[in-house]
Write a protein that binds this ligand. Sequence first.
Ligand code: 2NL
Length: 342
Amino acid sequence: MKEKVEELKKEIEGYIVGTAEELEQYRMKFISRKSVVGDLFNDLKSADAEIKREMGRTLNELKNLAQDKFKEFVSDLDNKATDQKLESVPDLTLPSAADQLGAQHPILATKARIIEIFERIGFNLSEGPEIEDDWHNFSALNFPENHPAREMQDTFFIERDPDIALRTHTSSVQVRVMENEKPPIRTLSPGRVYRNEAISARAHCVFHQVEGLYIDENVSFKDLKQTLYHFVKELFGKDTKIRFRPSFFPFTEPSVEVDISCNICKGKGCNICKYTGWVEIGGAGMVDPNVLKASNIDPEKYSGFAFGMGIERITMLLYQINDLRLFTENDVRFLKQFKNIK
Ligand code: 2NL
């Protein structure tokens, strides 16, 4: 038994533990009740009193050695774990990484440029609710009772009878201005509008519009033409040409679609203008007398012009963007490209 104890002493003294599993193996072998040390204590039970006394002391020394070693292993492993934790804590004394500064969204940049151009020629800004009643979105604008825009397929209704809907244009804001102010009125209404359209490269159910309204005595179609001519030269460059094609809107008479000479190929012909040399930027017209009357403005005394443009469309022309969906996908690879505009 003595030799066995010496042998175990040597084994314990030379024992190395690197992991929690190895620690457990050590505990099973030398500390637990079924350990080799425990076995030796069991063997001693049947021995003579003399041997019991002598070997009992030796075995207790062995047991203490095994336990001291165990405590040493536990504290070594603890220290090791703490060191690893410390290594994974970031060094708070290092200087911070530079913040990535965001870019203005191209739609808002275009909106700001349009506002600036019209503000310089005396237009003020007007804003209004995106949830509108039937009067401000349709009836006051001379939409007939059976107009298709009043159907569920085209407009997002929130309530029916009386109808409440997401505005389909910002003309509703201008109706509010006409109701609340007296001519002369020169106002610009940019904002978000909603139409029940399937989303594609060319259409979206949420987009941005800017409308303008000018009401005073003796306002004529030539004022409309020169105002828009000034605007397109400011936004697209001084060589830009403008063209008006007859059209129809319920709220203007006469009405026109407004084209500019293609800013990509300068009128030579390309796939943006479909080889026509012209691209459409919006619509316009003289405010229909019924629209003035609906807002208590005397059409015998006053006349006015109005226009509307899609901000997405103008932004696409300015920066040669060919898919409307890019504006709402929030892909930073797209948005980053507008860091240096304006
Ligand atoms: C387009 C065409 C247009 C108007 C909007 C308007 C507003 C009032 C009275 C009369 Cl309060 N007209 N707005 C007029 C003509 C055309 O928009 O293509 N928009 C994207």
